[in-house]
Design a protein around this ligand. Structure first.
Ligand SMILES: O=P(O)(O)OC[C@H]1O[C@](O)(CO)[C@@H](O)[C@@H]1O
Ligand SMILES: [Mn+2]
Length: 448
């Protein structure tokens, strides 16, 4: 728990001119909005075909809403309350009040003055508002094309990975504990590097994976700045009882990040956990609305499994069929709590999403994928790089948890003294260029 009276450091924000947050709000976010507008334009005929005049009108209104939004952002206008009466509208508007209370000198909450995490999440929620407010567009995912494209462009890597997985499963029976551990560590790393492939950092540019993901692991090892994966292994082993007795039913929760190649790496890891008996149940957590360009929604999740099943490749389709089966029998399940698409730091979860927190408390291991989850775990604040990960979590410790993240934002904790300085001289953009990664673990059961 956080020491009382100790204030966390300031939030990253575009108010720090020249910072990565500033550049993102100034350059990347407007580009993403422009692409959403283009996508709606390109789908004009489809909207007409499906919904007639009503579709055309909805598309026009949504575009003008988004153009206004881009203008508000670029001219640093105050952030507006949401008006769409959705399940989470009140939570968003309350959060805005909270942000308002934090502003100094009576300034209003705005794009370039408020915390980056908040305004960036808010932009994606406003995109959704444009769609909610203009039925029949409320179910349209403006990022869908990019996500499916990234899956197709990674086909080769997906084939390698599924073939590797099926070979492992065939040999599982004869595997020693040491071999099992080695393979687990490999697949954790594949899932880690899968996070390189998100679409929001490149503002939607192709970022797909083409080579064999297993073969590139040794070369990538030196870019892992903190590697707590052996603690993840020990946690799993401890929570399942002995391998043969099967006494305990270990449950792993995976807080997903991106669709496309990254999601496949997560499914492969989840399959391995079940097939090896290391876990008996996997709960996947995704987003309930399109989010940060490439994040997984229920539709993406189901599409990916279907697509993999239907592939014209023996081991790919065998994997897909297996995954479908896991879903059907409930060994795997998909959940999308609205908290994942709110702007809160995770330390707020105990109060703001108590039901989700208590669900997570009954997990044996929670894997948090990706950069945005890391920003929310650490509150997206200007922490010293040597601050302990546990401390940056500020009391968020529902169960043993591990962040698998490639660095795409300038927040990083848990480094050895001097490490950050050394990296800064070697590679000044080390925190944002996606070349580096961390596997960081924290457990409520561990001595603090
Ligand atoms: O998909 P990931 O790994 O969460 O990365 C998304 C990251 O890209 C960014 O959009 C870059 O600004 C970050 O805000 C965000 O943390
Ligand atoms: Mn993402």
């Amino acid at each position: 728990m956080e020491a009382e009276g100790m204030l966390p450091p300031q939030s990253l924000s575009a108010k720090f001119e020249g910072s990565f947050a500033y550049l993102t709000v100034r350059d990347r976010l407007p580009t993403i909005l422009t692409k959403v507008v283009d996508t709606l334009h390109r789908n004009k005929d489809n909207f007409y075909k499906e919904y007639g005049e009503e579709g055309t009108e909805a598309e026009k209104r949504a575009i003008s809403f988004l153009s206004r939004l881009r203008n508000e952002l670029q001219t640093d206008k105050p952030v507006l309350a949401l008006t769409d009466n959705a399940e989470d509208t009140q939570a968003w508007n309350e959060y805005m009040e909270r942000q308002q209370d934090l502003m100094e000198n009576g300034q209003l909450v705005s794009w370039f003055k408020s915390p980056w995490l908040y305004v960036e999440c808010y932009m994606y929620r406003r995109i959704q508002e444009a769609l909610y407010m203009n039925p029949p567009m409320h179910n349209f995912d403006p990022f869908k094309e990019g996500k499916t494209q990234s899956y197709f462009e990674s086909q080769q890597a997906i084939k390698y990975l599924c073939t590797y997985l099926q070979e492992l499963i065939t040999n599982m029976e004869n595997m020693t504990e040491i071999q099992l551990r080695e393979n687990f560590l490999k697949l954790i790393q594949v899932s880690l590097w899968g996070n390189k492939c998100d679409l929001s950092i490149s503002a939607g540019q192709d970022n797909s994976q083409k080579l064999s993901p297993i073969d590139s692991l040794p070369d990538l090892q030196r870019f892992i700045l903190v590697d707590d994966s052996s603690m993840v292994w020990s946690t799993l082993v401890a929570s399942q009882g002995s391998r043969s007795s099967g006494m305990k039913h270990a449950r792993v929760d995976i807080i997903l990040d991106n669709a496309g190649f990254e999601l496949v790496t997560d499914l492969v890891l989840a399959d391995f956990l079940i097939s090896s008996g290391l876990a008996k149940q996997i709960r996947f957590h995704g987003k309930s609305i399109p989010w940060f360009v490439s994040d997984v929604t229920k539709q993406d999740f189901e599409w990916t499994i279907k697509q993999t099943m239907a592939a014209n490749h023996k081991w790919m389709s065998a994997s897909g069929v297996q995954w479908k089966h896991f879903m059907k029998e409930g060994t795997w399940s998909y959940h999308d709590h609205p908290f994942w698409t709110l702007p809160h730091e995770f330390c707020d979860m105990t109060v703001d999403a108590a039901n989700l927190y208590s669900t997570l408390q009954t997990s044996d291991l929670i894997l948090f994928k990706g950069d945005l989850n890391y920003r929310k775990l650490t509150g997206d604040r200007k922490w010293e790089h040597t601050v302990r990960f546990d401390q940056a979590l500020r009391g968020f410790q529902p169960a043993p948890l591990c962040s698998l993240r490639t660095l795409k934002a300038d927040v990083q904790v848990g480094l050895q003294a001097g490490h950050a300085e050394k990296l800064s001289t070697q590679d000044p953009d080390w925190m944002t260029n996606g070349k580096y990664a961390v596997v960081q673990f924290s457990s409520p059961h561990r001595e603090q």
